[in-house]
Design a binder for this molecule. Structure first.
Ligand SMILES: CC(C)(COP(=O)(O)OP(=O)(O)OC[C@H]1O[C@@H](n2cnc3c(N)ncnc32)[C@H](O)[C@@H]1OP(=O)(O)O)[C@@H](O)C(=O)NCCC(=O)NCCS
Length: 383
């Protein structure tokens, strides 16, 4: 079976409100993904469209986007695992190529969240959890992650300052990212003094809703080499699902879906956590990045905060994480997020991340979570 590579990667600017229709928004990412490739849209023989439903009126968006990007009559599919939809889309595209059904597949993720108020979006996202036993009682996304934060604090002595230091780092790198929504450096005090959302998470511990799109183009081995001089190989894939209800979780100090997905991806790639040169992790909240350090094996359980204290997750550190500003700076247009994380790692491995390039990066990892730890996806890429 031939190997599969990423040949093109693009994203739109992530913004609070894009002022465009979803089809125009998707075109922005698609256009960037095709830049510099020896192909046109005619060579793409399938597409996988990824988003969470119910944020805009359009139903069955894959047909609409396929038409606008002139991909008809090639088949298109719709994939959803809430915030990790486009990483799941990448897994589907990889499988289609491996199965020999298609040669070149575009994974298009998008979300236009500005049609809803923050309050309505929170209610909608909460319904991504158990709608009988949990979301009606207030388990929104921030509330769910706040429970993880409290459990981590109780067990390991993690503090609000530790959480805030995640945003200090990510806001620092967000300044240089032209595609990010928030490009202002924040101090520890700014974060600790921001409005309380759900204790212990304050406003700047949270990512913000956004409009945005991403596009990743994959192709099988020989085709990939004929399309680009810099193919980035998909060498490890992991995916797992945890209980929908938080009450069913074995532990609240780590995400089991991430731990399981990481194990699968490392095994498939034949690498260990210490082999990873650069990572993008799902920092929907500051605590989520700390949990990721531990779930991915970058730190032992309870020792994630130490990586930040020692600046090991900065560009010059042992394992640079979210040096594009992360979701905390970029914004989190849920269906587009995984593709944006993958684009960042592709640029790092190609040596094109001029804003914050990790020297000689060869192996990169993407950790993308759906819901409050319901769906875990880990992808390992190699130059
Ligand atoms: C944190 C949160 C509750 C704040 O919502 P809110 O209080 O209704 O705030 P609004 O959306 O009305 O925005 C008010 C202002 O705060 C800013 N803001 C909102 N969230 C922000 C954030 N996370 N970081 C920085 N600024 C933020 C907005 O840009 C806006 O600024 P402006 O007045 O200069 O335009 C909301 O952003 C949220 O729910 N985030 C989490 C999203 C989520 O759960 N995603 C899925 C995760 S898996």
């Amino acid at each position: 079976m031939e190997d599969v590579a990423i040949v093109g990667a693009g994203q739109s600017v992530f913004a609070r409100s894009c002022g465009e229709s979803i089809r125009e928004l998707c075109f922005e990412a698609y256009k960037e993904a095709l830049e510099g490739l020896d192909i046109t849209g005619n060579d793409i023989d399938a597409s996988v469209v990824c988003s969470a439903p119910e944020y805009d009126k359009q139903r069955s968006p894959s047909g609409l986007i396929s038409e606008y990007l002139e991909l008809t009559p090639k088949p298109t599919f719709y994939v959803e695992t809430v915030c990790s939809s486009s990483s799941t889309g990448l897994r589907v595209a990889w499988s289609l190529i491996k199965a020999g059904l298609h040669k070149t597949v575009a994974v298009i993720g998008f979300q236009k969240m500005s049609e809803l108020s923050s309050r309505d979006a929170a209610e909608r996202m909460g319904r991504g959890g158990d709608i009988i036993w949990e979301s009606p009682f207030g388990i929104t996304m921030p509330a769910g992650y706040a429970m993880y934060a409290r459990a981590h604090m109780a067990r390991y002595g993690t503090t609000e300052e530790h959480l805030a230091k995640v945003r200090v780092k990510n806001s620092h790198y967000g300044v240089a990212n032209p595609k990010a929504n928030y490009r202002k450096e924040l101090s520890l005090e700014d974060i600790l003094n921001s409005e309380m959302i759900t204790s212990p998470l304050k406003k700047f511990d949270c990512c913000a809703n956004a409009d945005g799109s991403s596009c990743i183009i994959l192709a099988g081995g020989d085709v990939a080499k004929s399309i680009t001089k810099k193919p980035i190989w998909v060498v490890g894939l992991g995916a797992a699902t945890d209980t929908m209800s938080m009450a069913g979780r074995k532990s609240l100090t780590g995400l089991q879906c991430a731990q399981e997905a990481a194990k699968q991806a490392y095994e498939m790639a034949g690498v260990k956590p210490q082999d990873i040169d650069v990572a993008e992790v799902h920092d929907c909240f500051t605590v989520s990045e700390l949990l990721a350090y531990e779930d991915l094996g970058f730190a032992k359980p309870g020792e994630g905060a130490g990586l930040l204290e020692d600046k090991e997750t900065y560009v010059e550190g042992k394992i640079p994480v979210n040096v594009d500003g992360g979701l905390l700076s970029k914004g989190h247009p849920i269906g587009a997020t995984g593709g944006s994380q993958i684009r960042t790692i592709v640029r790092q491995l190609r040596g094109e991340a001029t804003e914050a390039q990790v020297k000689d990066a060869e192996i990169g990892l993407v950790h993308n979570i759906g819901g409050v730890g319901q769906y875990g996806n880990v992808t390992i890429l190699r130059r």
